[in-house]
Write a protein that binds this ligand. Sequence first.
Ligand SMILES: [Zn+2]
Length: 173
Amino acid sequence: MCHDPNDIFIGGRCRSFFEKCLNVGNIDVVLFEILHLASRHRDLEAAVALLEQNVPIDVESTLTYGVLNVCLGDEVKASEAFQQFIQHHDHLHSERVRQMCNELEWKLSWYHPEQMDTYANTLKYPNDKVIKEPDCAYDHDPFFDRFCNACNVFWTARNVCRMILGPSMMLPI
Ligand SMILES: [Zn+2]
């Protein structure tokens, strides 16, 4: 069994077993690998391509896929993913989604992303008939009430982008 995350990274002693799970699309293994690809290698394109196989079947993969596409600046794919999420799983403003967003940011923090400036200008939240930048996004008190369930996904996308791509995406506080 692998207890050290380094064992499953490239060159690690459990990597071949990990890759077998990856090749059959194991949901947890894919999620682990894509967060590693996005944060440590800053290879968002590879992360998104790998994650796509579990969208929209898996709830966490679908939300993460939408968020990573916001970071990549692909607002069409991000909007499609969020719409699929709504159709198959839950509305974006639920408490469950808020918890999932917190978990995504927490998991990303495990990788101690370097916060480089690469991609810093690509972030684009969808703005179409279905998925829009929330009206309240900038109305909250930055110290006591930074966001609500209505703007939670928007801020998580920005936070994830900042963690992966650069300090210029930091929250306005
Ligand atoms: Zn809000």
